[in-house]
Design a protein around this ligand. Sequence first.
Ligand code: PAF
Length: 281
Amino acid sequence: MQIIRDVPELRAWRDTLPAAQRVAFVPTMGFLHEGHLSLLHEGRRRVPRAQGSLVLSIFVNPTQFGPGEDLDAYPRDEARDLALAESAGVDVVFTPSDPGAMYPSRQTWVDVEGLSATLCGAARPGHFRGVCTVVTKLWMLVRPDVAVFGEKDYQQLAILRRMHADLFLGGEIASMPIMREPDGLAMSSRNANLDPQARTSALNLPRFRGEVERRFARGTRAAGELVAGAPEALAPGRIDYVQVVDAASLQPVDEVARPTLVAFAVHFGGVRLIDNVVLTP
Ligand code: PAF
């Protein structure tokens, strides 16, 4: 496994790759868990070693964190990540040693309007601008045939698909379902920052998500009824949002008549967790 720590070296690697070789790419912020590994396995499945390279990026992207957010507290463990990457069959890890190297000027941004205005975009101004900008930069450096993202970040995936189409980035975007801990908590690097009490309280999130699914299975279609009782069910979590939105436009809906996303963002013990379920009538 080759470890590349600066942009010119990554460009040189990509430029000398024979044209017949394909590239699968998994961008991450590191502190890898089973969810990331499922993305890597999908990348490897789509581009077997005989056909090309599996590239992983590990970069805690500063521009997608707002003031007062958890940039400094974001969990990091490079040695563990590299060992996991190696065992997942990664060929190349790009992990810039100087975060500033990804932002020569901080004057050029990629912003997807509309889809970025709701949910996490409303709660975290500038977040998706940072995500879109870094993913565009990484995409232009790695020039993947396929890049794989997780469905836990449903809104991020929707925005990146829009951006990918609008900017003619080439290649394709693939996605993988949410991976969960045995007790139901959606896997996230941020789970490592939950103290034991917050970790226990955080289970109210997958529990309530399950309750929404059961209500839907029993025939409930009204948005208000689907998420009724959220503050009590998610306590002591501090709710950022619990919203019922159209799964394509991400605009709020009153009832489930088309594929609909129920999206959650809740803080437990100071750690912001997200989860979601797509309801298809
Ligand atoms: O989902 C993530 O880990 C990040 O938002 C991403 C896509 C790697 C961009 O920094």
